[in-house]
Design a protein around this ligand. Structure first.
Ligand SMILES: [Mg+2]
Length: 123
């Protein structure tokens, strides 16, 4: 079973995203912010193939987390989807330049999530 990481400081949002990913067949790991997400990756038995990342979080925000991930060549294969309420085009660009593969705005539907995963080459 492929592992997916949900990084969001909202417990409710983690629950929603986690449920959708489980329905798609993923084993889900959760983290409340970027620092915890890096710890989860380090301690995971299997590297996540996918990370869904919120923008605004305490300690280490989504952009900082994505930059940290992209500074590690071994994490290159991990697809990163930014999931956020930040809707300005300039912010989409910042996320993609930081190394996100795709961008999805909250609120979103299960179909939109599935479509984004498909765009990133995931089942
Ligand atoms: Mg947040």
């Amino acid at each position: 079973m492929s592992h997916a990481l949900v990084v969001d400081d909202s417990r409710a949002m983690r629950a929603i995203l986690g449920k959708q990913l489980k329905q798609l067949g993923y084993e889900v790991l959760e983290a409340e912010h970027g620092e915890q997400a890096l710890e989860r990756i380090a301690s995971a038995t299997e590297r996540p193939v996918l990370a869904l990342v919120d923008w605004n979080m305490p300690r280490m925000n989504g952009i900082e987390f994505i930059k940290a991930v992209r500074s590690r060549p071994e994490l290159d294969p991990m697809r990163v989807l930014m999931v956020t309420t930040e809707t300005e085009l300039s912010q989409v660009r910042i996320a993609l330049e930081a190394g996100a593969n795709e961008y999805m705005m909250k609120p979103f539907t299960a179909e939109a999530l599935l479509s984004k995963l498909g765009t990133m080459g995931l089942p």
